[in-house]
Design a protein around this ligand. Structure first.
Ligand code: ATP
Ligand code: MG
Length: 197
């Protein structure tokens, strides 16, 4: 591995202000960090929010857990160490995309408080909005849209969040949305009403 001292940061010339003067980029970029159980609605709301922001002419993109595990993080599993590395890489990518001027929406279970706090410090606390998609285990298990809870209960999937691996509740999320009762549309509206664009 290359020694860190031989790697020198090369500062670019374009400022954030210059980038934000471009059409479609006239907003302060930040990261919506979605967290919640499998089936809580992270992907559903993330893509619905992206749809809404794009229709408002705002540059944004989604980094979705399952999708990222098809590519960038295909080498990672679900041990606590791999989960940490999954989150670290995603936080680094989110930071790069945010600096490129995008509002970034990440949808990862991100069950461990320490990992979410690492993501916050990589991205910078002033740009980080932790969004807790709160749906009870009972609701998520009844949805079981991918059939994963059934497999986790039967022992076919070990270390499954909420069943055989913990989900550490966010202590002080910036935004909490209860997806058990609200429609997808009202969840998106509620998110938008919580941020300044
Ligand atoms: N208000 C709501 N918000 C989001 N999803 C909802 C809501 N009401 C019902 N649902 C349904 O709940 C399911 C949520 O599934 P989704 O794949 O979005 O969960 P997820 O949190 O991304 O799970 P995973 O961590 O496994 O990727 C979908 O079938 C969606 O239609
Ligand atoms: Mg998902």
């Amino acid at each position: 591995m290359t020694e860190k001292r031989e790697v020198v940061w090369h500062q670019g010339e374009v400022s954030s202000a210059e980038r934000q003067a471009l059409p479609g980029f006239r907003h302060q970029p930040f990261v919506f960090w979605f967290t919640g159980l499998s089936g809580a609605g992270k992907s559903t709301i993330a893509f619905a929010l992206e749809r809404q922001l794009i229709s408002m002419g705002i540059a944004c993109c989604v980094l979705d857990g399952d999708n990222i595990r098809h590519g960038l993080n295909r080498d990672l599993g679900f041990s606590p160490l791999d989960r940490k590395e999954n989150i670290r890489r995603v936080a680094e990518v989110a930071r790069l995309m945010m600096h490129a001027g995008l509002i970034v929406i990440t949808s990862f279970i991100s069950p461990f408080r320490d990992d979410r706090s690492m993501a916050r410090s990589i991205i910078g606390t002033e740009h980080f909005r932790e969004v807790y998609l709160n749906a009870s285990l009972d609701v998520c298990e009844r949805r079981d849209i991918k059939g994963l809870y059934r497999k986790a209960r039967s022992g076919e999937i070990p270390g499954f969040t909420g069943i055989s691996s913990p989900y550490e509740l966010p202590e002080n999320p910036d935004i909490t949305i209860d997806t058990s009762f609200l429609t997808i549309d009202s969840c998106v509206k509620s998110l938008l009403s919580n941020v300044r664009l």
